[in-house]
Design a protein around this ligand. Structure first.
Ligand code: MN
Length: 249
């Protein structure tokens, strides 16, 4: 084990068969892990396990891909919000499988952003598949920069959309899959280094050894260091600094 501390700012810990062991592993290895949830029903258990750790935090989510079937859970989401510092996975998905629920997704996301703005101090991890522009429009309209922080997870928008996201104060959490695609890697290389975080998005993203666990964010770090032309240790230090900046704002 190295003294290098890793950051996995978006992982679905509760979708692994060994959820509880994985929480302990993240804490033992000192991998700062943001355990995102896809419905607010999953939040309490995640929160309970994470509350015993130094390095695992839980985000209160309502995934855009589940809005078609779980939109009514927004009430439960609102009930838990006062106890949640982190929010996600939330956002919009305009891909072919979820396009039909896009209007409903926008209603739910607007409600989430407004509630976060009202509460203040929340940090959001946001999904924006084929929906970078509407996500940015909604952030601009409903979450003033001094009322919350937005991290765009697996951002695949255009350069113009990235520029706008930067102006809106967004951070970007980068996973290894994004770096395998030439266009996306090029986009990542052009982002301001002080806005970068790393993520696995496990178990959905596969690494060198199959399904990624938070500790495997080391692979993401190595790959991102290559793309940016930085030393891994320097990048690790920078990412830790970015995280500190984000959570202390
Ligand atoms: Mn995810």
């Amino acid at each position: 084990m190295t003294s290098r501390r890793l950051v996995d700012f978006h992982c679905h810990l509760d979708l692994y068969p060994d959820h509880e062991a994985l929480v302990r592993e993240c804490d033992c290895l000192e991998v700062f892990t943001l355990a995102v949830t896809t419905t607010p029903r999953a939040w309490r258990r995640n929160q309970q396990l994470a509350s015993k750790t130094r390095y695992v935090r839980t985000a209160l989510g309502l995934h855009p891909q589940l809005v078609a079937t779980h939109a009514t859970e927004i009430a439960l989401w609102e009930e838990f919000l006062p106890n949640a510092r982190y929010v996600g996975e939330v956002g919009l998905d305009a891909g072919p499988r979820f396009y039909r629920s896009l209007d409903r997704q926008k209603q739910v996301f607007e409600r989430i952003l407004r509630q976060c703005a009202a509460a203040g101090g929340k940090i959001l991890t946001i999904h924006s598949v084929r929906a970078a522009t509407p996500v940015l429009d909604m952030l601009e309209q409903h979450l003033p920069q001094d009322r919350g922080a937005a991290v765009l997870h697996w951002f695949t928008g255009t350069k113009a959309e990235a520029k706008r996201a930067i102006e809106l104060g967004c951070y970007f959490s980068i996973n290894i899959e994004m770096l395998k695609n030439e266009r996306h890697a090029g986009l990542v290389a052009a982002l301001p280094p002080e806005r970068l975080l790393t993520e696995t998005d496990g178990p959905f993203v596969k690494g060198e050894m199959g399904q990624m666990r938070p500790r495997d964010v080391a692979q993401t770090l190595a790959s991102l260091a290559r793309v940016l032309g930085l030393e891994e240790d320097d990048l690790a230090t920078r990412i830790q600094g970015n995280l500190k900046q984000l959570v202390s704002a």
